[in-house]
Design a binder for this molecule. Structure first.
Ligand code: HEM
Ligand code: HEM
Length: 190
């Protein structure tokens, strides 16, 4: 399979990044909800947030690479079966997801670093605080983090339903393209 996207298809790099990020974000959401309810004496009281923060920082690097790759290798053009309103709403949804993902990752970073602490990533490297100790910032970042992460999950759910609608009702290649599968009907491509 091709590495880069072309005007008709997604390449393997975009596809791999899309599904890696999608699985990680859903896992991070579940882990986030689970860990905030842990009591002090639970075995995972420290390790779950450590895992959440470490994966979150790595996700930030992956998302940076993803946006860079998008500049180098832009996505294919919309399928001819896509209605104008679908093109606009898909565009808006995709950019809202990018924006919300960065909001979630930056606010997550600030929750921990707002008291001046560095973030230790898998005991491998540390990301220093950029703000130093700032009163009130941790709570503000926590509120933003909660809202942004819920918004991602709701919007990604709508986005996934839209992909399924294209696949099952319109029977076009929208989802097949993101799975790296050959087009259903080659005449449908241009
Ligand atoms: C897209 C990536 C992320 C998702 C989906 C996510 C999701 C969540 C969720 C659902 C919660 C529970 C919120 C609540 O009920 O209060 C949470 C909490 C938290 N997250 Fe994330 N998170 C992400 C990235 C990050 C990053 C990058 C960091 C730090 C480097 C981080 C640090 C934290 C911390 C410290 C908490 C606990 C907040 C508290 O004690 O109230 N998160 N996260
Ligand atoms: C948290 C989960 C997810 C996130 C954050 C996410 C995010 C994104 C983003 C940002 C794009 C635009 C890529 C670009 O052109 O730059 C995209 C495209 C796409 N996603 Fe997702 N996605 C998620 C889950 C899913 C799921 C579960 C499905 C399928 C059931 C799916 C199907 C697709 C398809 C088919 C496209 C290509 C749309 C097109 O050609 O216009 N995504 N996704």
């Amino acid at each position: 399979m091709q590495l880069r996207n072309d005007s008709q298809r997604f390449g393997i790099i975009t596809i791999a990044l899309h599904w890696l990020v999608a699985m990680t974000v859903v896992g991070m959401f579940a882990l986030g909800l689970y860990m905030v309810d842990l009591t002090y004496y639970h075995d995972w009281y420290r390790s779950a947030p450590h895992l959440h923060r470490s994966v979150g920082i790595l996700l930030f690097l992956v998302m940076g690479a993803r946006l860079l790759w998008r500049l180098i290798s832009p996505p294919p053009k919309a399928l001819p079966t896509h209605q104008p309103w679908e093109k606009v709403s898909a565009h808006l949804t995709h950019w809202a997801l990018y924006l919300l993902l960065f909001t979630a990752m930056i606010s997550g970073y600030l929750i921990t670093s707002a008291d001046g602490s560095a973030i230790d990533v898998f005991n491998w490297f540390a990301v220093p605080s950029m703000t130093g100790d700032q009163k009130g910032l941790e709570d503000l970042a926590g509120d933003i983090h909660e809202i942004a992460t819920w918004a991602i999950i709701i919007l990604a759910g709508v986005h996934a339903l839209a992909a399924l609608k294209h696949h099952l009702l319109d029977r076009d290649d929208t989802l097949r393209r993101m799975l790296g599968k050959a087009p259903r009907d080659p005449d449908n491509l241009s």
